[in-house]
Design a protein around this ligand. Structure first.
Ligand code: SF4
Ligand code: SF4
Length: 362
């Protein structure tokens, strides 16, 4: 079957689980505990039905495994799902993003065994010991994280990165984090300047935001900002992926109000834990009310939520969902009256080469 529309299909962001043992204060699962799809897991059979071998072989170069509201390693079928992808297409990039807590040595050894040099794992760790990491990664378990990091570094060919967000409590701890990352076989450290602070969301996070770092460590835009500090001389082979991104950015029509990243690919097409397809993870975010300064929208009334049963790949099949004529409404909106989410994230004034093509995104 042909897919009607010109989506990018080479980068997918998947939510293997909406479960997590942690309670990070700025995570949607903590901020919006009534999310209806919380505490679920992707099943191996559903994933395989949606992502058939022929679809993966033909289209997919990268799966970013990162829950919107959960952590991939708490999906019981996670290793089977990754093993399936690596069997169908060994050079497909599986990029796992995890807090890394509470998995056993056996689990990590198994995961290391099925991972290869085309894969990446990011351990999201914001402190340099149990106490400092728990200041944001509440309920995390530092020893098991370091054990997992060590095993992945020693026993797999995958790239292993320490991924830290700058907060007030760690903004001056870069040296300690760097020391530990080297000790635990990391290939690099991904430093993130987040937007989720009071200076950006003035109506949230109390009178004084105790997590907010100095302005130099806060994103200067409406999207997080990242840079990678390499600790080894190994480099991910991402030439093909970057070439695809760049070519799509160069050829996409940039005359409209929106330059849609869902047609470019550095932000993956998002499939949530229930199988609902979204053009990106931004539009699946279960906010209360979102405003672009002109219009306001409640998540419950948004196009993506109202039509979620039409966009469910487990019930309808991935290719039918991607070809659903309802999407025309989204594409038409970009010309003159964009949805609030698209205006905030993909306004043409915002999307330049770096924003659209950069690698350290998901
Ligand atoms: S580890 Fe990830 S999924 Fe779990 S609470 Fe923190 S941000 Fe949310
Ligand atoms: S915000 Fe809108 S235009 Fe941008 S990637 Fe998502 S759906 Fe596409």
């Amino acid at each position: 079957m042909n897919i009607l529309y010109d989506w990018q299909l080479y980068h997918w962001a998947i939510e293997p689980s909406s479960k997590c043992t942690l309670k990070c204060p700025r995570c949607p699962r903590t901020e919006y505990p009534d999310i209806p799809w919380l505490n679920k897991e992707l099943k191996y059979k559903d994933f395989v039905r949606a992502f058939t071998p022929s679809f993966i072989k033909k289209h997919v170069k990268r799966f970013t495994m990162c829950g919107d509201v959960g952590d991939p390693i708490y999906c019981k079928d996670y290793i089977d799902i990754v093993h399936y992808i690596k069997t169908v297409k060994p050079d497909c990039h599986v990029f796992t993003i995890t807090n890394g807590s509470y998995k056993s040595t056996d689990w990590w050894k198994h995961f290391a065994y099925i991972s290869n040099q085309f894969d990446t794992i990011n351990f999201s760790v914001d402190g340099f010991n149990q106490v400092t990491n728990n200041k944001y990664r509440v309920n995390s378990d530092f020893d098991s994280i370091m054990n997992g990091m060590n095993i992945m570094g020693q026993e797999s060919a995958a790239f292993v990165y320490w991924a830290a967000i700058f907060f007030r409590f760690n903004q001056d701890d870069q040296k300690s984090i760097r020391y530990l990352a080297k000790e635990h076989n990391c290939d690099g450290i991904q430093w993130t300047k987040s937007t989720k602070f009071k200076s950006k969301y003035t109506y949230q996070y109390g009178h004084i935001d105790m997590l907010e770092p100095r302005p130099e460590f806060v994103s200067s835009s409406d999207r997080y900002e990242r840079h990678m500090e390499l600790l080894t001389n190994r480099m991910i082979d991402n030439i093909d992926y970057m070439y695809t991104n760049t070519t799509k950015f160069d050829t996409i029509n940039k005359d409209g109000l929106i330059t849609p990243l869902c047609m470019i690919g550095n932000r993956g097409m998002f499939l949530n834990v229930e199988g609902v397809v979204h053009p990106c993870g931004w539009v699946s975010y279960p906010y209360d009310v979102m405003s672009d300064g002109v219009k306001k929208i409640k998540y419950k009334d948004s196009f993506f939520n109202v039509n979620r049963h039409h966009f469910n790949a487990f019930n309808n099949g991935l290719e039918l969902v991607l070809s659903n004529p309802l999407w025309q409404k989204l594409f038409d909106s970009w010309k003159s009256d964009p949805f609030v989410e698209c205006n905030l994230k993909c306004n043409s004034k915002l999307v330049d080469y770096d924003y659209a093509v950069g690698y350290e995104t998901n």
